[in-house]
Design a protein around this ligand. Structure first.
Ligand SMILES: Nc1ncnc2c1ncn2[C@@H]1O[C@H](COP(=O)(O)OS(=O)(=O)O)[C@@H](OP(=O)(O)O)[C@H]1O
Length: 276
């Protein structure tokens, strides 16, 4: 076989393999979709405690993560935007069955997922989550700290940023996934694929599901030719190319965050995160 026809042959094989996997993924998604909505399965749904929680960081795109993930047929999220069970003493005192009552009804094959970014900054939270389920999966959206601080500053003057407490508690490293909030903003398919792999569910959310809203400069979710974007409370600081920091502020803030960033990169085993 000549070199060029050999290359063509390899391309056909690769295309065939890609089509096979795409077909398989779509089949799983369609099957899961129709199974999940049939009336016989509807009656067997019960409320379950979450198997995965996004604990923060606040203003890093946790809302986008929840919104995008909720389109996955094997993910179910509570109807309230944030649950605030583990961070609030009064709520926590109501007990775990109360917490369960806030969760959606699901099949055993589905994963219940909730996000409350405040969980990351309240010292009691890791212990409380651990005592509910020591095997739970924790997701953290980390983002470039200057931009995060600015976003928070715009919303209200308050800031704290830590994930160490969760490691210091007895959660194992492979129970915690940290995704890059800057990527979530610029190329959401990549972190979403990481999350689906981490949750052991078929990667049905792919780059085909995300489309850039040219006006807001944010990615929206695309399903059955319908575009669904986050509401206008999100994206205040990052539209039109994002905040323009002065050179002086950039220098000062970078110097302040340098040690923390280095610690995070060392924890993740990377030199730098894209967009930081
Ligand atoms: N696709 C998409 N659409 C809209 N917004 C997006 C998206 N992806 C990431 N972001 C960024 O998410 C920031 C808000 O973060 P959170 O959802 O974690 O905020 S909160 O803690 O729940 O208040 C929000 O910050 P602000 O610009 O300050 O509103 C956005 O920059």
């Amino acid at each position: 076989m000549q070199v060029s026809s050999f290359k063509r042959f390899i391309c056909f094989i690769q295309l065939g393999i890609s089509c096979f996997f795409l077909f398989k993924t779509l089949k799983i998604a369609n099957k899961a979709d129709s199974e999940l909505h049939s009336s016989s399965t509807e009656s067997s749904k019960i409320r379950r405690l979450p198997q995965a929680i996004c604990i923060g960081a606040k203003k890093c795109g946790t809302g986008a993560l929840k919104d995008f993930l909720s389109h996955h047929p094997l993910i179910a999220t509570p109807s309230v935007y944030e649950v605030h069970f583990f961070d609030n003493n009064e709520e926590y005192a109501k007990g775990i069955e109360y917490y369960r009552s806030l969760m959606p009804r699901t099949l055993a094959s589905q994963i219940t997922f909730e996000k409350t970014p405040k969980y990351m900054v309240i010292p009691e939270v890791p212990k409380r989550i651990f005592s509910m389920d020591s095997n739970i999966k924790i997701i953290i959206v980390a983002c470039e700290p200057k931009r995060r601080a600015y976003s928070e500053f715009i919303k209200r003057l308050q800031s704290k940023y830590t994930s160490r407490r969760f490691r210091a508690f007895r959660f194992q490293k492979d129970q915690i996934l940290i995704i890059n909030g800057e990527e979530l903003l610029q190329n959401p398919a990549k972190p979403l694929i990481e999350v689906q792999q981490f949750l052991d569910i078929p990667a049905v959310l792919t780059s085909d599901n995300f489309v850039l809203d040219e006006k807001k400069h944010f990615f929206c979710f695309l399903k059955n030719a319908k575009m669904s974007c986050l509401n206008d409370s999100k994206g205040k600081t990052r539209s039109e190319g994002g905040p323009k920091f002065s050179e002086e502020f950039t220098k000062e803030a970078d110097a302040f965050f340098e040690t923390y960033n280095k610690e995070l990169f060392a924890f993740l085993g990377v030199k730098i995160l894209q967009g930081w």
